[in-house]
Design a protein around this ligand. Sequence first.
Ligand SMILES: [Zn+2]
Length: 58
Amino acid sequence: MESCPYCKKEIDSLISICPHCQKSLKPDYPGMNPKWFLGIWIFFLALVAVMLISMFGR
Ligand SMILES: [Zn+2]
């Protein structure tokens, strides 16, 4: 058994959210990775840039 780092109660090591205090025990979840957000932002900005160039670049 592991213990919750927030409320110190014993929890199952397989669960991702503590049943006692409802805190997320896996902050490194891939969907919340800052690098992932940065990649999406770069893609979005590149898309906007291409749209602007295609609209005003004629
Ligand atoms: Zn807890």
